[in-house]
Design a protein around this ligand. Structure first.
Ligand code: ADP
Length: 626
């Protein structure tokens, strides 16, 4: 019988399991029971779908058996079983997506994280055993096979005998060491504890032959030990229990085991709805995005149950994209068991549930923002980006749902603020909400325009995510207040009088300014004097819908066209020495004014975080002046 090799990644995972120092080794049982339960679901589902009779729902069981002497713990189920090929593909490879991330995870060496992210499944058996045997017979087949492995050096598969369809997993439990007690896994009380902690809600009976020592009937001091099959789990799904019966720890354990997270959820939402439509929803907001959350592999959705039987693993119709980070399940007796992907989309009932769930999540988030600011900010740091994308996408259709959930860092103490808080703080003289885009808060602070806005006592919202400005543009206004990009031509801080003087000055200097524009060329649409700079000589502003920040984001996208350019204006501080110098020079040395124009333009680009088109020319011009 030839030994087969594990796929490289499976081998790594297994090696990690065998040598694991993971402190929650108990979870191996949870994983095996959860696989058994899935297999029973599958068998039940197939039987229903094919109109098969014969087996009663009450016959579906998971059995645990202990043989202390031979150090054996067996977990068996009469579920769908596995064919020879399935044994090979399911147990010889990790079928999970994201195996690349898994590799980098191994390099990071954070075992807890990997166990958390991947759930480790079947291989976790190797944390407690030195040999694992799987005997399985697939539903509807008359052949059975045995898979066996003692660890990383491979596995064997051979035909064997088995009466009923289903799977028996036999673990040969490791010898205890000084650091680690493995013997406990051969004890009925430990098993009972583990089951009630992690697998209580499993909807099939988990049976164990428990020994009971009792006073022998008719005697006063004679004891006898009997064994009787005992059900270890209550079988009531957690979400069906009344909330008063459930502890935070119950929710936490349930979440971790079901959604493969190593951390407790940030927020648990358990809602029971009765009425025209009745359903239970158990929703969780994770603390962190999962490793694939912001990748295209990520699939949103809630698990869908009817009467405690799972009908769909990821029902995406139940969650809008902007709340795609929510994990959880919905159970409604009003849904039918043989619902399909196609009919789901038109299911009125499901639409109503989805709408209610969306409202519930929104109101819970709003409540968190009001009553637990710290937690909300933690949430926002993890998933705020998704909310901002949500605001922007679908042509802003969901902006009313999302506008009050968005936060920005504000120049006011450099803290996160909501738009409503910002507006509440606006002084009477301020008519618009100011924002600025840039890579970091510090870089935005260095923009020449920032000083003047702040000097007026106005706050600036810092937009450091690419999507920010697009989201703001989609919002258009908040409670009647428009938004103004401080780097756009629309920034207007002048009094009427100042405006008038400036206008006159620009008109008087028209010839000089036009000459400067000609010298710079196509890159700018205009050169003009401005009042809005305090100490800096120049700045670059944009005109129209497309800002410099947006130009940068759009041109970095794959397939970007050259045409996406902002219309820019070079603005010169009319109160700066440079302005006087230029005016004087224009009379005596036009050539030099042309060179100055180019230098000033290049400087304004650098300040705005825009690359300069001809750095060599700029460098030469500066050297010439020196
Ligand atoms: P996961 O359960 O997360 O898919 P596992 O490593 O635990 O990963 O299991 C791999 C696969 O092996 C399962 O998806 C399932 O197809 C199969 N499997 C495991 N245990 C059983 C079982 N008791 N009965 C039938 N199939 C099983």
């Amino acid at each position: 019988m030839g030994k087969k090799q594990f796929k490289a990644e499976s081998k790594k995972l297994m090696d990690m399991m065998i040598n694991s120092i993971y402190t929650h080794k108990d979870i191996f049982l949870r994983e095996l029971i959860s696989n058994a339960s899935d297999a029973l679901d599958k068998r039940y589902y197939n039987a229903m779908a094919q109109g098969e009779t014969g087996m009663d729902r009450a016959d579906y069981k998971i059995n645990l058996a202990i043989d202390k002497e031979n150090r054996i713990l067996a977990v068996s189920d009469n579920g769908c079983g596995m064919s020879e090929k399935e044994l090979e593909t399911n147990l010889g490879t990790i079928a999970k997506s994201g195996s690349l991330d898994f590799k980098s995870g191994v390099e990071k060496g954070s075992e807890v994280e990997i166990i958390g992210q991947f759930g480790v499944g079947f291989y976790s058996a190797f944390m407690v055993s030195d040999k694992v045997t799987v005997v399985s017979k697939a539903q509807g087949s008359d052949e059975a096979f045995m898979w066996q492995s003692t660890g990383v050096d491979g596995y064997t598969i051979a035909p064997c005998e088995k009466d009923e369809a289903g799977t028996v997993i036999t673990l040969h439990i490791k010898e205890s060491t000084e650091e680690e007690d493995y013997d406990k896994y051969l004890g009925q009380y430990t098993l009972q504890q583990i089951v009630s902690k992690y697998s209580d809600y499993i909807r099939y009976p988990i049976m164990l032959d428990m020994e009971k020592t009792e006073l022998k009937e008719g005697t006063e001091d004679e004891y006898e030990t009997t064994t009787e099959p005992t059900q270890l789990n209550s079988m009531v799904p957690l979400w069906r229990k009344s909330k008063s019966e459930i502890t935070d720890e119950d929710y936490e354990n349930f979440y971790k085991s079901k959604f493969y997270d190593y951390e407790a959820p940030l927020k648990t939402i358990h809602s029971k709805t009765e009425g025209q439509i009745s359903y239970d929803a158990l929703l969780f907001i994770p603390k962190h995005p999962s490793f694939d959350y912001y990748s295209k592999d990520f699939e949103k959705g809630l698990q869908l149950y009817t009467n405690g039987v799972v009908i769909m693993e990821k029902c995406k119709e139940l969650l809008p994209d902007y709340f795609s980070f929510v994990k959880g399940l919905v159970d409604s007796a009003d849904l039918t068991l043989n619902i399909s992907r196609e009919t789901l989309q038109h299911d009125h009932l499901l639409k109503v549930i989805a709408k209610n769930i969306e409202k519930k999540i929104k109101s819970e988030l709003e409540k968190m923002l009001r009553t637990d600011r710290e937690k909300y900010e933690e949430f926002f740091k993890a998933f705020g980006l998704q909310l901002k994308y949500g605001l922007y996408s679908d042509y802003g259709r969901n902006k009313d749902t999302l506008k009050d959930l968005i936060l920005f860092v504000s120049s006011n103490e450099k803290k996160l603020t909501s738009l409503s808080e910002y507006v509440d703080r606006m002084p009477e003289s301020q008519s618009t909400i100011y924002f600025a885009t840039g890579e970091t808060v510090d870089k935005i602070d260095l923009l020449p325009q920032s000083d003047s806005v702040k000097a007026k006592g106005y706050e600036i919202l810092y937009c450091t995510d690419d999507v920010d400005e697009f989201a703001i543009q989609m919002l258009h206004e908040y409670n009647g207040k428009t938004f103004t990009n401080i780097c756009a031509g629309g920034l207007d801080l002048d009094t009427e009088e100042e405006k008038e003087t400036l206008k006159k000055e620009n008109e008087a200097a028209k010839e000089i300014l036009d000459f400067m524009k000609e010298s710079i060329g196509e890159a700018v649409s205009e050169v003009r004097f401005t009042n809005k700079l305090k100490n800096h000589p120049v700045c670059l502003t944009s005109e129209g819908m497309m800002s410099l920040g947006m130009e940068k984001v759009l041109s970095a996208m794959p397939g970007a066209e050259m045409g996406m350019k902002a219309t820019v204006v070079l603005e010169i501080n009319r109160n700066h020495q440079v302005a006087e110098k230029i005016k004087a020079l224009y009379e005596t040395d036009k050539d030099k004014v042309a060179k100055y124009a180019k230098i000033l333009y290049a400087q304004s680009c650098l300040i705005a975080g825009k690359s300069i088109e001809n750095p060599t020319e700029y460098s030469e011009l500066v050297c010439e002046l020196m």
